[in-house]
Design a protein. Structure first.
Length: 632
């Protein structure tokens, strides 16, 4: 089966004129070396098919027809085979076009593409829209030039990222020659593993996979004549081990694959490796690991901002500071040179560590200001794991007081109380026990729940939960869930009160809306006189886009006696910074030391990050609905 490049080469040679390798390379968008390799393949294919390729020094190559009838039959079979390989649906066509345009240097006319794919201009236009949407995500684009056609343009680093994501990770391989890909990737992996052991360089499993895939894509691009250009001013100092590792790796690959590595390609591989290294798992006395003063300043600034924004005591947390420093060393390389680091746990981090992720989003503003670049979501996810560690150290929670009702005697009642103390120690403060007759005189003012092993007919002012006498596993799970939800509900209703839900706020700008909300707050809460000004100052510094039609403003320092949260739902979306917003959740950290503040932030962050929850609240902006959604 002929490859796409060989077929295109045959078309270009089907004339009476000689064509040089440089002319063919320019028209096909590949290197002269690749042209000569493809001509060699074509010569073998044409053997016995009524044609041959002749060459002449300084003139180039020429297709000679030896048997017109036999060659015509060969062309018909070849074209039929080509049609079989063409994409059959819209998605396949878009992926085919994407691969084609990524490897073509010259402009190509729309008419040529329509003929090539056997589709109409309308069908091709729809496919190109999908291609442009994909390219945009990688900072690439299609250039359109009248009378010339279209051509893909962008940075080679971004092109390689796209190729790795789409044609290796996602296996969108229509129209791309991927024969032996798995074998080549396996061979590269074994080569890298051997060198890792020799040079004592550690990478996580994900970083190792990304590194091998990048090597594979880079090799293919260089063979096709596409090389990187790396800025050589203020070059980053790379460790001796990384340099030696890459030097031996590229030397070996040059011999195996007959590909030439330029100094810039080698330097970028060194940077790529430095950005993938596991600094935290380094070998003892590794001289490559240096925390510069500026790195530590960034770590401290991130901790200070997180502490101010969320009322956390992080400033003296040496463990978090050092963990941030260790992570910032390879991060500095990645962010400077746009080296991607995929985070396969990102969805789970957002769901299970919502507060830590929100803290990381805020803290990363320090990095955005310093590097003058947006921080990728994948990177924010890794910072979230570091902050999650700090949050685990600070957890404290409201404990419930419960009454256990049992009518089988004092001995059984004591045993049941002991079992409740053992199973629910993390949720329960006090456990009271009584029988049915004791309910008449019991004071329920300090009780949150009643758990009973017997039916209770009389009215009780707190929720009743019926459980088994012997506290089976199903009962344990049931009670755990009730106590956990009950504790969270108790906490949230302290910070979110009915009078703090505002549905009548209107305004044309975020300043108008914030002013209206702050006016209500000033009437209902004990806040500083310049509360509104402090909210605006914070908005000017930290601008976060949740993409869920929600924003979370608050003052840039402590400006109220108590912690509270106000929620406003707008009748129509308003552009807030750059995105449309309908829900404004304005919170303020109080001067009073309050327990359970962390649970408040966790529930708030989880709600803000959930598009489904925010949309449900917009449809039904009621207090009880808000409480329900905050606890999901």
């Amino acid at each position: 089966m002929l490859g796409a490049q060989v077929l295109e080469l045959l078309e270009l040679l089907n004339s009476r004129e000689y064509r040089t390798a440089s002319e063919l390379a320019a028209q096909m968008g590949i290197s002269e070396k690749t042209v000569r390799l493809r001509i060699k393949d074509l010569k073998e294919t044409l053997c016995g098919q009524g044609a041959e390729i002749s060459s002449r020094a300084r003139y180039g190559y020429h297709l000679e027809i030896l048997d017109a009838k036999q060659f015509a039959c060969f062309r018909e079979e070849m074209e039929a085979e080509q049609r079989k390989q063409l994409p059959e649906n819209g998605q396949e066509r878009s992926e085919y076009l994407l691969a084609y345009l990524l490897y073509r240097k010259e402009y190509v006319k729309i008419e040529e593409l329509c003929d090539f794919l056997y589709v109409s201009k309308t069908t091709l236009s729809n496919s190109l829209k999908s291609v442009e949407a994909i390219l945009k995500r990688y900072h690439l684009c299609l250039n359109r030039r009248p009378n010339y056609g279209i051509r893909m343009s962008g940075n080679e680093v971004d092109i390689r990222r796209l190729l790795s994501d789409y044609f290796i990770k996602r296996h969108c391989l229509v129209g791309v020659d991927v024969s032996h890909q798995d074998q080549e990737l396996h061979r590269l992996a074994e080569l890298v593993k051997g060198l890792q052991a020799r040079y004592e360089i550690a990478m996580s499993e994900m970083s190792f996979e990304n590194f091998v895939e990048y090597l594979y894509v880079a090799g293919k691009r260089m063979k096709a004549g596409y090389y990187l250009t790396v800025e050589t001013d203020n070059l980053l100092q790379i460790g001796m081990k990384e340099q030696a590792f890459i030097q031996e790796l590229t030397r070996t690959m040059s011999q195996l694959d007959d590909v030439e590595y330029t100094r810039e390609e080698i330097y970028y591989l060194e940077l790529y490796l430095a950005g993938k290294r596991m600094i935290g798992n380094m070998v003892e006395n590794d001289s490559n690991f240096i925390i510069h003063e500026q790195t530590d300043r960034l770590a401290v600034a991130m901790m200070d901002l997180a502490s101010r924004e969320f009322g956390l005591a992080l400033q003296g947390n040496f463990e978090v500071r050092m963990t941030l420093n260790q992570h910032l060393v390879p991060f500095d390389v990645r962010i400077r040179y746009d080296i991607p680091l995929k985070n396969p746990l990102l969805p789970e981090i957002k769901e299970n560590y919502s507060l830590a992720y929100q803290i990381a989003m805020v803290a990363s503003q320090v990095l955005r200001e310093y590097y003058q670049k947006d921080i990728p979501e994948d990177e924010i996810g890794y910072f979230a794991l570091i902050f999650a560690l700090a949050l685990e150290r600070q957890k404290s929670g409201h404990r419930m007081n419960i009454l256990v009702v049992c009518s089988t005697g004092k001995a059984t009642s004591r045993l049941l109380k002991y079992k409740y103390e053992q199973e629910f120690a993390g949720y329960v403060n006090q456990i009271h026990v009584c029988d049915l007759s004791g309910l008449d005189k019991f004071d329920f003012r300090s009780i949150d729940y009643v758990f009973t092993t017997v039916p209770i007919a009389r009215e009780i002012p707190v929720p009743i939960v019926e459980v088994g006498l012997f506290l089976e596993n199903d009962d344990i799970h049931k009670i755990n869930d009730i106590l956990k939800r009950g504790r969270v509900d108790h906490i949230l209703r302290r910070f979110y009160r009915p009078e703090r839900l505002l549905t009548g706020i209107t305004g044309r700008s975020k300043e108008d809306i914030l002013y209206a909300i702050c006016q209500v707050i000033s009437r209902q809460e004990q806040v500083d006189e310049d509360f509104y000004e402090m909210v605006l100052e914070r908005e000017a510094f930290v601008q976060m886009d949740y993409g869920n039609e929600i924003t979370l403003p608050h003052p840039n320092r402590i400006a109220s006696e108590e912690t509270f949260a106000y929620v406003a739902v707008l009748p129509e979306p308003v552009i807030w910074n750059q995105s449309p917003v309908r829900v404004i959740l304005l919170s303020s950290v109080g001067r009073k030391e309050e327990q359970d503040r962390q649970q408040f932030y966790e529930a708030t962050a989880r709600f803000a990050l959930s598009r489904k929850a925010v949309q449900a609240f917009i449809k039904q902006p009621e207090y009880e609905m808000l409480m329900k959604l905050l606890q999901q």
